[in-house]
Write a protein that binds this ligand. Structure first.
Ligand code: HEM
Length: 233
């Protein structure tokens, strides 16, 4: 999961391995040399549960509003988008700051995007459609915003399933090609949000997230064009 031109696992493999314990006092540092990585990863791991904890807390204190299903669907949908944006921001941040260890957060963040997308879809499947597969298929065929949301979710499943390191090794170069689907997911997610809100004439948030996505994907396009230009020179 959490693709980019370079996989997380590959980035980690390139990082220097810990030297034998006897050699130096820094031997116990995590690969990559940054001591802050483990506590930072734990902090991110815990913080990422906030959206779900908030829903549970609101549910227990009767604060989910007049339509709790709508609240949960919208909240989980928005947090899926937030985690997608954060995942896509890792590489630009890594390249701009030179902090290579940031790449080690990408897989976890991408998996949280998948986690919230699964909650989002499950809410729709369970409480909106009551597992009525025929009604869901009809919805996917008829409502364009559902069609693109569903396509994004299918692609996310493919990335999540192939995210373990064993899969990275097994798929080799194909892994990178497959994980470029994260860009398509970003585009489809914005389209899903945009079409949903267009029907309600409320495009402020889709425009903000659309601009963030254009900046994140545009940055990659510029880097790619520049590197390609350098290679052909
Ligand atoms: C990567 C996948 C997806 C992302 C990023 C995503 C994101 C979003 C966002 C941001 C919203 C609007 C939240 C708001 O109003 O603040 C939303 C709403 C919604 N999404 Fe998704 N979604 C995804 C997949 C899906 C799938 C697979 C389905 C169902 C097949 C779905 C069904 C819905 C529904 C029913 C709503 C609420 C519509 C309403 O309240 O009128 N989404 N989604």
């Amino acid at each position: 999961m959490a693709s980019d031109t370079q996989s997380v696992a590959q980035t980690e493999r390139k990082a220097p391995r810990a030297v034998p314990a006897s050699a130096t006092p820094t031997a116990k540092r995590p690969a990559g040399g940054a001591r802050w990585i483990v506590p930072a990863k734990i902090a991110v791991f815990i913080a990422a549960w906030y959206p779900l904890a908030r829903i549970v807390l609101f549910g227990m204190t009767d604060r989910l509003g007049a339509n709790p299903i709508e609240f949960i669907t919208r909240s989980t949908g928005l947090w899926t988008l937030v985690f997608l944006c954060i995942t896509l921001a890792v590489t630009p941040l890594r390249r701009l700051t030179g902090i290579t260890a940031l790449a080690r957060f990408r897989r976890m963040l991408g998996l949280y995007a998948f986690f919230y997308a699964t909650l989002h879809f499950t809410t729709y499947l369970w409480f909106d459609k009551w597992f009525d597969v025929a009604a869901i298929l009809k919805d996917i065929g008829k409502r364009p915003f559902i069609t693109v949301g569903f396509a994004a979710f299918m692609l996310l499943i493919a990335l999540a399933v192939t995210s373990p390191r064993a899969m990275v090794r097994k798929l080799g170069r194909r892994w990178q090609s497959l994980h470029r689907a994260i860009y398509a997911i970003g585009g489809l997610a914005i389209l899903h949000f945009w079409w949903m809100k267009a029907g309600k004439h409320d495009l402020i948030l889709p425009k903000i997230y659309g601009a963030i996505m254009v900046a994140l994907l545009g940055w990659r396009l510029i880097v790619w064009l520049r590197e390609r230009g350098l290679k052909t020179r």
